[in-house]
Design a binder for this molecule. Structure first.
Ligand code: MLT
Length: 298
């Protein structure tokens, strides 16, 4: 929403109205993207401080980098949290161009909607539980595990809990991925960070134990193509350790990070002069034929 309001400042929109040539579109997309990326942490911090910290704002520090400054404006002073933010913002910035948020930014941008509108659309996709919202779901699920069986759990207790989750028709949040077929490298980066900075944290130890327990169970179900953890399986526990406990805010962090990746892609789309996206449609006859083939097992 805030992003859509900011579009009144869109240079792309102004330039388009004035009739700039197509070859120049990317330059205005670039300006808008940099302005948007520069403003995002301050806006996101403003919302956090208003919603969760009584409204007292923390001013931007001129001597801190982008990631550290964002943590600082949220109110975190620990240098390890600043380091975590650098890591978090880097690994969440993008994941190819086909994930829901990146693809949505690109498809909306392909209609020459300005970067503010395009990015806002992508954020609506990121808010879905199968996409960015998953990191909130993971932390909630981990808290449920702790509530039910505690933090110092045995492998057997954890196995039982995971089976119970699956048998109740739910998924284990943070496991599996649309395209990855091994442990998400972004999970590994976070694990290495945790091993260095919080090896004895009970929630990290639980996350580690889940890494041992969940993949063999998912394989045993015979229903999953990828039983390994993804980026979302780890992030909440790290943030929570340093005091960012408001899980509802995690997707906002993800969005700030993702802006860098998806807007870079949008600039390239404009620089390459890519056309408006228009996937092919199918006819009712095609669907009937497809369904019949499926039913026949072809
Ligand atoms: C992402 O970072 O967007 C997720 O891993 C989802 C995906 O790549 O499809």
């Amino acid at each position: 929403m805030t992003m859509q309001v900011l579009r009144t400042e869109s240079e792309f929109q102004e330039a388009y109205k004035k009739g700039v040539p197509k070859t120049k579109y990317w330059e205005y997309t670039y300006e808008d993207s940099l302005n948007l990326i520069a403003r995002l942490p301050e806006l996101a911090a403003f919302i956090y401080r208003r919603v969760y910290r009584g409204g007292e704002l923390v001013s931007r520090a001129s001597d801190l980098d982008y990631g550290a400054n964002f943590a600082h404006m949220l109110g975190f002073t620990d240098p390890q949290m600043h380091e975590l933010f650098r890591l978090y913002l880097t690994i969440h910035s993008d994941h190819e161009g086909g994930n829901v948020s990146a693809h949505t930014v690109r498809v909306v941008g392909s209609a020459l909607s300005d970067p503010y509108l395009s990015f806002a659309a992508g954020m609506n996709g990121l808010a879905g539980p199968l996409h960015g919202l998953a990191n909130q779901e993971v932390l909630r699920w981990i808290h449920e595990v702790v509530k039910e069986i505690g933090t110092h759990v045995t492998t057997e207790q954890l196995k039982d809990y995971v089976w119970k989750t699956l048998k109740s028709g739910k998924v284990v949040p943070g496991y599996g991925h649309a395209v990855l077929r091994k442990t998400d490298p972004r999970y590994i980066c976070q694990r290495e960070f945790a091993l260095k900075h919080l090896p004895n944290d009970p929630l990290f130890q639980l996350v580690s134990k889940l890494y041992e327990v969940v993949p063999p169970i998912l394989l045993e179900t015979g229903k999953v193509k990828n039983p390994w953890p993804n980026v979302d399986a780890h992030s909440g526990v790290l943030l929570q350790y340093f005091g960012l406990t408001e899980a509802n805010y995690f997707t906002v962090l993800f969005g700030v990070s993702r802006a860098m990746g998806v807007l870079s892609q949008l600039i390239w789309d404009r620089a390459l002069g890519l056309p408006i996206e228009r996937p092919k449609s199918v006819t009712t006859a095609w669907i009937e034929d497809y369904a019949q083939k499926k039913l026949a097992g072809n």
